[in-house]
Design a protein around this ligand. Sequence first.
Ligand SMILES: [Zn+2]
Length: 288
Amino acid sequence: MTLTGTVVTYPTGAVASRGTVVHVADAGDGRTAVLLDETAFHPVDTAWPDQPADRGTLRTGGADLAVIDAVVGATQGDALLLGPDVPVRTGTEGWTFVVAHLVEAGTAVAVGDTVEVAVDAAYRDALSAGHTACHLASLALDAALAGAWRKEAPADALGAPAFDALAIQESRILPDGSRDVYRIGKSLRRKGFDPEALNDLADLAARVDAQLAEWIAAGGAVRIERDGAALADRRTWVCELPGAEARIPCGGTHVASLTGLAAATVAFTSTPVDGGLELVMTTTAKRA
Ligand SMILES: [Zn+2]
């Protein structure tokens, strides 16, 4: 099987596209995977499933097929592996990566058909707002915790010690928000982080919120830079902030400008876990 990597248009904000069916495969569980040469549909990533799949439909021959899920598929030229079965990170050399639109099995769709992709724009907008707010909150958190480091640590996109990158366990983008889980254990303490900085979480949230308010009020532009149009090509979130430009590798979707957000705020909870504590940051975005 020779497949070409799917061209994806969602990084530019597209919510509709037209494509040709290049492959149809049994995806198990009563589902069929439909692969197109090009799509506006954002799939959930396998290795780092932060932003969920878009919702929407494929229209072909006058019929609207509901997309049950959209996952990343990968092949080395033999079997097509889907979603959790993909054993490598998206972009790994030697593999071809595709967007697999999962529809109910038994639907009449064949290689060569023209398909209109229609993404649920309201849900996408909510995820884009949540994803932009998530990146801003992670940078604001790093800045708020900059004084907690007793040793020099790797820096984040704005030069602060990279607490987010060093401690993150899981990140989930939600409609108009996000939920990030951090682990503060022996390894983070050994890198120089003093957990006492997390004793007053209300104060920490207030400082993060103040930074977020300042950044959002400045209304900077947001864009996605990319090395190419294929799913596997490297993409970078670029956001203009007062006095700095933040750049973070990112495969998701975002608002086009911080003027699209009215506010973003965070709340923290912490739970003792074996050898340290787990910190959860919940970010809530309000769209303008
Ligand atoms: Zn991201």
